[in-house]
Design a protein around this ligand. Structure first.
Ligand SMILES: *Cc1c(COP(=O)(O)O)cnc(C)c1O
Length: 382
């Protein structure tokens, strides 16, 4: 076990063994079903782990030029046959040529965008595979900000906006309509998608089922997913891709912080050297309650505290947690499952120090792979 008391905080610590467990399960799905799984960098982009990730996953999916460059530089060097897929709600003139030169697949959001860039992209990279993102107009996503199929959605092409003429130019369809969901939600999306678009599948080489598959969560029906993919591939004679982000980083590490002060104002309050707003933004945006190791809900254990961050934002609060013993200045607080959608979103809001990035190795050592300082704050201002 890692001795957390010796680590400088705040620090995100990715546990290599837990990450590999996720990768092995995803690889099992690949091997059993013939699907290709690629990493969505949006959710997990700790590139120091890509030597490990690339042993299992076939490439990366990027949401624009910078993620595509990161995939090309840091993933492809570990794996010669790695694929870089790049999608953007709208590509920019300034970026399109470089994106075309470093991507294996490019995914357009609309027939407009496809028409605008198709020839240039093919001229720069004749081998590039072109796809169109479809909006199947069906999603069971629990919250609006994570629902790509909501009303007035800008993500993907609806059947009404679909133009059969694009079939001449594309090799695939993409959809992305899930968020932390199980296999039944996928089946329902597929039903809607097939009902509307399956008549076009015969012209295609692949269908990309997007992300949001909670494959590595306990209780996910992995065998059912395998069956669905096998059947789909058989029925339509296409390749299938999955591009999870969250499922790769799911429960693969922590955010470690230190108690800076403790006092009472109507209730006991502890201030930590991290921030909900800057370092765990989804806890406020989604919102959700991060688990704290060894702690219960308010009142469950003897000593209850409101845990708050070290910015001046009044709402920079992680929540109320109870402990068996009183908290003291210098104690470590461990937030569980803080590897996906955390450091990829963290900010230097209020000049607060960015948490270091660390990898807890299988051999028991802790490698601090990145530390941040004042320059990181200053450099993004002027
Ligand atoms: C965000 C996103 C993903 C990854 O989603 P997860 O929920 O992290 O699995 C995959 N594809 C697209 C197009 C996305 O926008």
């Amino acid at each position: 076990m890692l001795d957390h008391t010796q680590v400088t905080t705040p620090c995100y610590i990715c546990d290599e063994q837990l990450l590999e467990k996720n990768l092995q399960l995803l690889d099992y799905v690949q091997k059993q079903s013939g699907v290709k799984v690629i990493l969505a960098l949006k959710g997990f982009a700790m590139w120091a782990t890509f030597d490990l990730v690339s042993k299992y996953l076939k490439g990366c999916t990027a949401s624009g030029l910078y993620e595509a460059k990161l995939a090309r530089e840091e993933f492809c060097k570990h794996r010669l046959d790695a694929e870089v897929h790049t999608y953007s709600p709208a590509f920019k003139e300034d970026d399109i040529e470089e994106i075309a030169s470093i991507s294996d697949h490019i995914v357009f959001n609309s027939p407009n965008q496809l028409q605008l860039y198709y020839e240039r992209v093919k001229k720069i990279n004749p081998d590039i595979s072109v796809s169109l993102r479809i909006n199947p107009e069906y999603s069971e996503s629990p919250v609006d900000i994570y629902n790509p199929c909501g009303v007035y959605s800008r993500l993907g092409t609806t059947l009404e906006n679909f133009d059969e003429k694009v079939l001449e130019y594309i090799d695939g369809f993409n959809f992305h309509a899930l968020c932390e969901q199980d296999v039944d939600a996928l089946q329902n999306v597929l039903n809607a998608f097939e009902r509307k678009f399956s008549r076009y599948f015969k012209d295609l080489k692949y269908i990309n089922f997007g992300g949001g598959h909670h494959i590595t969560k306990k209780g996910y029906d992995v065998e059912k997913l395998i069956t669905i993919i096998q059947k789909f591939k058989q029925k339509y004679g296409v390749e299938v891709y999955l591009e999870p982000g969250e499922a790769v980083g799911w429960q693969s590490g922590v955010l470690l912080s230190t108690v800076l002060d403790v006092f009472h104002n109507g209730m006991d309050i502890a201030i930590l050297d991290t921030s909900a707003e800057a370092h765990m933004p989804d806890t406020l945006a989604m919102p959700y309650r991060a688990e704290v190791r060894g702690a219960g809900k308010a009142g469950e254990k003897k000593y209850t505290y409101r845990l708050g961050g070290n910015t001046c934002l009044a709402g920079d609060i992680m929540g109320e947690y109870s402990f068996d013993t009183p908290l003291n200045i210098g104690d470590k607080i461990i937030f569980e499952d803080q590897i996906h959608y955390t450091f990829v979103k963290s900010t230097t809001f209020n000049g607060i120090k960015l948490p270091s990035l660390a990898i807890y190795r299988k051999n028991g050592s802790l490698d601090i792979i990145k530390e941040f300082n004042y320059e990181d704050y200053k450099n993004r201002l002027s």
